[in-house]
Structure formats: structure tokens, C-alpha cells
Design a protein around this ligand. Structure first.
Ligand code: MLC
Ligand code: AMP
Length: 481
């Protein structure tokens, strides 16, 4: 593919560049937690850092919710160096895998990862001498995402996919430089980083990252002019659980939910308390955001909308036929279009498996579509993918980590329905001797990442299996209730 005819990584940031050169720039153009910066200063600091990282193969970033993360990401894009954001709460095994698999040769920013031997580049580093001109890499971001088994895979996201996604969403949501985007999502996933940071920098709108996505912080940002708010369903259900806070979001122009299904009750409470009808959108790390309800269209609770500009969707039956647009026949959702990434890094086998022969990406989500072309996600084709607080967690990777704990004989990890988190990671274990719940939880937190830890451990005498010896996870879920 000829990437040179497409936008380069630096061109993703046109809105930031325009804002920096305009009279509309302000000292708090970008705020993360307690720290604010103007667009001009952000560009200046990022460009100094860009000079110091130019020529690196891949730059890892400990992507905490801090201003330094934003500066480092902008620097990576300006220098044309692929960026691999790593969870700030990642454990040793997970980050070792990501660093090795991605081929990162530098880490930007500060971290306390004593075992990591890569050279550190401080965010305030600056190059000495004239800036080098280097052809930018074809990949802007490498984002790691879990599958049903094995370690997370790195999705190669080119600039054109980011541009297509952000421009398609701007069209769907009437997102303009006049907006003031607010959210408090993690900066190592598509939602918080691509939509939540690059979206604002591409549009040139003001960005407030609240540090954490609490009801109080969203209310505070609304009082400072926030107009467009992002959250995962857990964030919205915590806000509706605090009606006084929810009512203070009445000044918002748009409240957007994604990353997991927004329960209909939360949709309705949010609408009733704020007077704003939520927008819901659907996406994946591999495809970026592909389907959304529109600002100027129907916002139907439980439905995720229509494909954004530049994206096509279809639903296929088990027999390979395309299902009818009848609003009730369930099949597997497939996506094609310019937002789809360039596959898994170093995994041509997994990349090929994820695509049909005619170029559709197989999402693994079960969906229906109605006569008007609106889509509803009804579940997943695999029980081994868990969505906990909007984080995707593969049962297989958690099971493998738990098997390392002394005294574990066997384990099955399942997602149990949870009012707060959507699904709660639950480990069902058979043990030999005394093994304590905390030890299991802490082992997962310290090797994989804190957000992948089981919230509950159930001890059982034996796992239910079928005649072929496969663990029956649906039976198990009913058993432990
Ligand atoms: C608790 N903690 C532990 C621990 N127990 N740490 C180590 N060991 C243990 N045993 C710590 C955690 O590290 C964390 O610290 C704190 O306790 C609370 O952790 P939590 O339970 O995970 O936080 P919680 O408040 O429940 O988080 C809810 C949430 C969060 C909604 C804020 O789940 C979240 O941010 N979700 C967003 C996920 C997301 O962005 N997904 C998008 C994927 S992209 P600390 O330091 O952190 O406070 C995608 C595509 C698309 O899906 O469509 O968007
Ligand atoms: P991730 O790998 O973290 O990018 O997660 C992608 C997955 O999140 C999708 O495959 C869906 O299962 C889920 N998802 C994202 N948005 C929605 C939504 N609006 N409704 C239901 N599921 C969603």
C-alpha cells in the first residue's frame, strides 16, 4: 500500500496547529488533571522532544493520565515514530511482553519499572543540533488488545485509520473546534487516546482530561464550559447513581457512551436527569470506531447506530450468508473500510484469521440490524472475552497467570454480570491445599495489570466439563450464580 498518498502522522494534528496559530489559543487548551498548557506551548514542547526521538524504531510510553503522556504522543506523531502506550498499572509480565513484541527501543517519560533496560528519554529532553528529516513510519500507534487466549496482540494503527475515524465521528456528532471535550479515560486504549486526545487535537477543540472519570470531576468540567463528554457505561452508571451530579450536566451538548453496552436503564436515567439524549457508538481496537448514532439522527436506547462515513458493516450467518435487515436475526458483525487498522504486529496468522477472503474484518460481536440500517450489539461469539468497566480482558491470559500460583489445580475465568462494571472478572478455581483469594488477585494484578485482576474468586471441587473435557463456562456461571 502506498502510505505516502495518505495523511502522515503529523498531519493528524491539524486542529492543534490551527489553534496554536490563532487568537483562540488559551492557557488551558489542554488540561490533564491539575496541569494545563496552551496549544502553542504543547506543540513547542512536543517538537523539542520530537527532535530527541527522531530515528527511534518504536517509542514506548507509560501512558498514565498525565500531561506528559499527551506531550510524548504528540512528539511521536511529529517525529514519525510509532508509539506503543503501556498501561500505567501494567504488571511485569504484561509489559515485558509488550516491550519485546513491539520492538520498542526507547521509553519516554518517567516510570518505576526497574526491570526494564531500555534507554529512557525524559519528556523535557531536547535534541542538540539541527533536526533530522526522517520518513515517518507507516504506523502511528501500536495498541495492545486481548484475545480469547494467549498474550495481547499489537494492532498496527496507521494515520489514515485515525484520520478516517475522527473525521467520521466529527460528521456523526457535529464535533467542531467550538467544542470542549471532557473525559477521564485511560490513555492506553483507543477510547481515551485516539478519540479522547487525538480527537481533540485533530479538531482543535479544548480538551479537559479529568484525571479520573468521577461524577464530581465531570460536573466540575461542565461548570468550566465542557460541551462534549465521553465515558464508558460504568462512568455513566456512576453518574446516574448520583442524580444531583447528573443534573449538573444539563449544559452539555453531547454525552457519548462506548466500549461496552450502555444498559437501557442507564441511557434513560441519563436522558431524564440531564435532558441530553446519549449518543452511543461501537468500535474495537482493530477497527477503531465504526458505528454510531448521529447527533442529527435517532438515538435509540440499546442500539449503537449506523456505520460512520467511510465504513461498511454487514452481519453474517454461521452458513456464510448475509442476514436480513429484520431487526431480529442474529449473526456475526463484520466491518470494512478506512478505519480498519493494518492487522496484528508480527502475527500474519492471526491477522489472516480475523479477515474474510473478501476483506471484511470479523469482529466476534453478535449483532442484529433493522430495516433502517441501525445496528444493535447483542453479545459476543466467545465467552472468553470479558468486558470489565470497558476494559477488554481475555479469559485465557488471566487463567494462565492464575495457574502460576502454587496450589492451583485448575481454573476457569468468566465474566459475571455486574451492575457497576458490566461484567466482573471472576476466577473459579480448584485448589490443592490452602490458597488464599488475595494471593490469586494480587498475582494477576502484579503480573498482568491491576485492571485485569479478578474481583472475585470462587473455590470449587471440580469444574463442569463436557464429554470432550472442555470446561462448560455457561454451566459454571449458572452454578456459581
Ligand atoms: C485495586 N487496585 C489494585 C488492586 N486492587 N492494585 C493492585 N493490586 C490490587 N489487588 C487499584 C487499581 O490499580 C486502581 O488504582 C484502583 O485500585 C481502582 O481500580 P479499579 O477497580 O480498576 O477502578 P475502578 O474505579 O473500578 O474503575 C472503573 C473505571 C475503569 C470505569 C474508571 O474501569 C476505567 O477507566 N475503564 C475504562 C476502560 C477503557 O477505556 N476501555 C476502552 C477500551 S478501547 P488507580 O491507581 O488506577 O486508582 C475500546 C474500543 C471502544 O473498547 O469502543 O472504545
Ligand atoms: P477493545 O478490544 O477494548 O477495543 O474492545 C472492543 C469490544 O468492545 C468490541 O468488540 C465490543 O465487544 C465492545 N464494545 C465497544 N463498544 C460497544 C458498544 N457500544 N456496545 C457493545 N459493545 C461494545
Amino acid at each position: 500500500m502506498n502510505h505516502r498518498a495518505e495523511p502522515g502522522p503529523a498531519e493528524l494534528l491539524q486542529g492543534l496547529i490551527d489553534l496554536a496559530g490563532s487568537s483562540g489559543d488559551r492557557p488551558d487548551a489542554v488540561t490533564v488533571g491539575e496541569q494545563s498548557i496552551s496549544a502553542a506551548e504543547l506543540l513547542d514542547r512536543a517538537d523539542r522532544l520530537a527532535g530527541a526521538i527522531t530515528g527511534a524504531r518504536v517509542m514506548a510510553i507509560r501512558a498514565a493520565a498525565e500531561l506528559d503522556t499527551v506531550i510524548a504522543v504528540v512528539a511521536g506523531l511529529r517525529a514519525g515514530v510509532p508509539i506503543v502506550p503501556i498501561a500505567h498499572d501494567s504488571g511485569v509480565v504484561e509489559r515485558e511482553h509488550i516491550l519485546r513484541d513491539s520492538g520498542a527501543d526507547i521509553i519516554c517519560g518517567t516510570d518505576d519499572w526497574a526491570e526494564v533496560m531500555l534507554p529512557r528519554v525524559p519528556v523535557n529532553a531536547a535534541s542538540s543540533g539541527a533536526p533530522q528529516r526522517v520518513e515517518p513510519a507507516a504506523t502511528a500507534l501500536i495498541m495492545y488488545t486481548s484475545g480469547t487466549t494467549g498474550a495481547p496482540k499489537g494492532v498496527q494503527i496507521p494515520p489514515r485509520a485515525i484520520a478516517a475515524c475522527l473525521d467520521g465521528l466529527a460528521d456523526a456528532w457535529q464535533w467542531t473546534p467550538e467544542d470542549h471535550l471532557v473525559h477521564g479515560l485511560p490513555l492506553f486504549h483507543v477510547h481515551g487516546l485516539v478519540l479522547g486526545v487525538l480527537g481533540a487535537l485533530r479538531r482543535g477543540c479544548v480538551l479537559t482530561h479529568t484525571g479520573r472519570p468521577t461524577p464530581e470531576s465531570y460536573v466540575d468540567a461542565a461548570s468550566r464550559g465542557g460541551s462534549l463528554f465521553f465515558g464508558v457505561p460504568t462512568v455513566w452508571s456512576r453518574i446516574t447513581g448520583d442524580p444531583a451530579s447528573a443534573r449538573q450536566l444539563r449544559s452539555a451538548r453531547a454525552l457519548v457512551s462506548g466500549s461496552a453496552p450502555l444498559p437501557i436503564a442507564v441511557f434513560e436515567q441519563l436522558r431524564d436527569l440531564t435532558g441530553v439524549v446519549p449518543l452511543e457508538r461501537y468500535g474495537m481496537t482493530e477497527t477503531l470506531i465504526t458505528i454510531s448514532t448521529r447527533f442529527d439522527g435517532e438515538r435509540r436506547p440499546g442500539w449503537v447506530g449506523i456505520p460512520i462515513r467511510g465504513v461498511e458493516a454487514q452481519i453474517r450467518n454461521d452458513d456464510g450468508s448475509i442476514i436480513a435487515h429484520d431487526g431480529s436475526t442474529i449473526g456475526t458483525l463484520e466491518i470494512r473500510g478506512s478505519t480498519v487498522g493494518d492487522g496484528y504486529l508480527g502475527r500474519p496468522d492471526a491477522t489472516a484469521e480475523s479477515m474474510t477472503s473478501d476483506g471484511w474484518f470479523i469482529t466476534g460481536d453478535s449483532a442484529v440490524v433493522d430495516a433502517s440500517g441501525m445496528y444493535r450489539i447483542v453479545g459476543r461469539t466467545s465467552v472468553d472475552i470479558i468486558k470489565c468497566g470497558g476494559y477488554k480482558v481475555g479469559a485465557g491470559e488471566v487463567e494462565a497467570a492464575i495457574m502460576e500460583v502454587a496450589g492451583i489445580v485448575e481454573v476457569a475465568v468468566i465474566g459475571m454480570p455486574d451492575d457497576d462494571l458490566g461484567e466482573s472478572i471472576t476466577a473459579v478455581v480448584v485448589v490443592d491445599g490452602a490458597v488464599d483469594e488475595r494471593t490469586i488477585i494480587n498475582h494477576v494484578a502484579s503480573t498482568l495489570s491491576a485492571h485485569k485482576r479478578p474481583r472475585r474468586v470462587v473455590f470449587i471441587a471440580e469444574l463442569p466439563r463436557n464429554a470432550l473435557g472442555k470446561v462448560q463456562k455457561n454451566t459454571l456461571a449458572k452454578l456459581i450464580g
